[in-house]
Design a protein around this ligand. Structure first.
Ligand code: 5CA
Length: 424
């Protein structure tokens, strides 16, 4: 990608409205632009990051046999009246009327829609369990949208739903999702802390939040220090669940030997049994021919919030330091003006483009110093600089964004270099 053809408009200063680092950097790097309170335009750079995060989430969902579908954003109010949540949800729900005076709403979550759909498609124990998910925009008219994408009104969520024959089966499913969530966040380069939770508006009796430590996090959390161990993935659900953890009002202030910190809630999972299958009549026939209500769970990840959470964990004084897989572009080639049309450099760009796809060549008509600053701000893992050394000795500088260290290499070394393996 030639950068002169791309939409990029970095800012030197942080806009006043941004108070936390992720919000400042997202605005400065021209990744998002506020449209109205809590509603954002995802600019090309930010949108690529969002897609890269989605990809890691998708891979992990598929690994546990959870399959993707896409449900609408606009839902019928009737279903919510049947489940009893239409009034309960209060002012956070955006209610709409169509031209025929049908009551609609912009979905804040999808339990009703999926349960109703499931009822029409699955009628036998033979077809259970079923795990389904989608990645779709949600709207919640939050009283205080803030911190950029952290607490938006319109935000992207991955929400999965599980259907099982019995409570016992549903608990097993819950444990599968629990483990898969730990792995997903670790794959994203984060350290998740699973925290026991109340299930609030979703309802039910087993629930965990997944928190990422950050001073700017909105939740206060208290947890056993073993929950930050490196081998969390090797522990069983029961071992992890036996350790103390709580957030906000649920914290026992008298509890000793716990770590107190602040966290960003990037995921939340719930087992809620027949709360929705009962009013929406999602039944199946058992082996004995009995009609029973299915047991359900739901499993959410804040996809757009994760963009902010990753930046809170990966930045320095110069800008963002994305993990390789999440970075919008992997390599940025910057050359002195007189080298921009150099055949060898063009060849290097094309060969890297073939291998890594997400490569930029900064051919904009601005100073090399400004190009380097932009590359650091945006957080491109590797910057290749063709400067004076190239003119004299045919050598280029390769800079690693994670530690800002550079090495000098020839064009053929740069063609062979493994940029993914050597990052971090
Ligand atoms: N139906 C369930 C799970 S599928 C549900 O809605 N859960 S939730 O309310 O906890 O939301 C899931 C995740 O979405 C949260 O853990 C959080 O990461 C993200 N989220 C919730 N509200 C917002 C918001 N206003 N802005 C950005 N992300 C949000």
């Amino acid at each position: 990608m030639k950068l002169s053809k791309y939409l990029i408009n970095t800012l030197k200063e942080s806009p006043k409205e941004a108070t936390i680092i992720s919000h400042k950097l997202l605005l400065r790097a021209s990744m998002i632009k506020q449209h109205s309170s809590g509603i954002y335009i995802w600019l090309p750079l930010g949108f690529k990051v969002l897609k890269n995060i989605e990809k890691i989430i998708r891979e992990n969902q598929e690994q546990i046999g959870c399959h993707e579908l896409l449900m609408p954003t606009i839902q019928s109010a009737d279903l919510w009246k049947k489940s009893g949540r239409y009034e309960d949800y209060g002012k956070e729900m955006l209610r709409i009327q169509d031209r025929h005076k049908n009551e609609l709403l912009y979905g804040p979550t999808n339990e009703e829609v999926i349960t109703d759909f499931f009822n029409d498609y699955v009628n036998s124990y033979k077809n259970l369990p079923k795990y389904l998910y989608h990645i779709q925009w949600k709207f919640r008219d939050e009283i205080r949208p803030r911190f950029g994408v952290m607490r938006g009104r319109e935000f992207l969520m991955k929400d999965a739903y599980s259907f099982d024959l019995t409570k016992e089966d549903s608990f097993l499913t819950y444990k599968i999702f629990f483990k898969s969530y730990l792995k997903t966040f670790i794959d994203l380069g984060l350290q998740p802390i699973p925290v026991k939770a109340e299930s609030g508006a979703i309802g039910g009796d087993l629930s965990h939040e997944f928190q990422i430590l950050a001073n700017t996090g909105e939740s206060e959390i208290a947890y056993d220090s073993k929950l930050t161990s490196d081998n969390l993935l090797n522990l069983s659900f029961d071992e992890i669940n036996s350790l103390y953890s709580a957030s906000d009002d649920l914290i026992d202030k008298n509890k000793k030997d716990v770590v107190i910190g602040r966290g960003i809630e990037v995921g939340h999972i719930f087992y809620f049994g027949t709360k929705y299958s009962s009013p929406l009549k999602a039944n199946v026939l058992t082996q004995e021919g009995k009609n029973v209500e299915v047991h359900m769970g739901s499993y959410g990840i804040g996809v757009s919030r994760l963009v902010g959470a990753v930046i809170e964990a990966y930045h320095d004084e110069k800008g963002i330091t994305w993990p390789f897989k999440i970075a919008p572009f992997k390599i940025n080639i910057i050359a002195l003006e007189e080298l921009i049309d150099n055949e060898e450099i063009k060849k290097l760009y094309l060969s890297l483009l073939k291998k890594y796809k997400d490569i930029i060549f900064d051919d904009r008509d601005i100073s090399i110093g400004k190009k380097i600053k932009d590359s650091e701000l945006i957080g491109i893992p590797w910057t290749i600089i063709a400067g004076k050394n190239f003119k004299e000795f045919n050598k280029l500088e390769l800079v690693n964004r994670s530690n800002n260290q550079s090495i000098t290499l020839s064009v053929s070394d740069l063609e062979k270099f493994d940029y993914e393996k050597n990052f971090y």
